[in-house]
Write a protein that binds this ligand. Sequence first.
Ligand SMILES: [Fe+2]
Ligand SMILES: [Fe+2]
Length: 166
Amino acid sequence: MEIHCSPEVSSEYLDEVREILRDKEFLSLCQYCHHQRSNRLLHSLNVSYISWKIGKRFGCEERAAARAGLLHDFCPYDFSEETPTGERQVFYHPKAAAENSCQHFEINQKEREAILTHMFPLGPVPTNKEGWIISFADKICAVMEVCNVAIALARRNRVVVVSAAA
Ligand SMILES: [Fe+2]
Ligand SMILES: [Fe+2]
């Protein structure tokens, strides 16, 4: 599987997240339905792109916002499954995403904390600006996905996932 982006997607953004977008396990997120009408990969891309734009606009670390936004739901399993700890998925999956991100990529402390706190208020309070941005962008994207409104990278085939053989 690989991702093809239209020229409308900022190359500056893509430079920040290229390493993650080449990872096979990360790309497998496209197999999982998310918020009824989207998939987890497209959702993550949208949270990341919106977080990157907000981060840039307000002088935050846009690279950390883009990377943590992309990895905030890095959980390649069905959310209807029971969790290994017995916790509800809403509390468990940020920890699973942070752990999986640490195993696959060299993420820094700021990125890790932003991933862990993205479910606020159903979870810990964000500890940095990038965490607040991701938590906000996640909720905007969730509402739009449930309402079937395409925003950011979900619009006009800006991002298309194709199988490598195609
Ligand atoms: Fe999440
Ligand atoms: Fe999310």
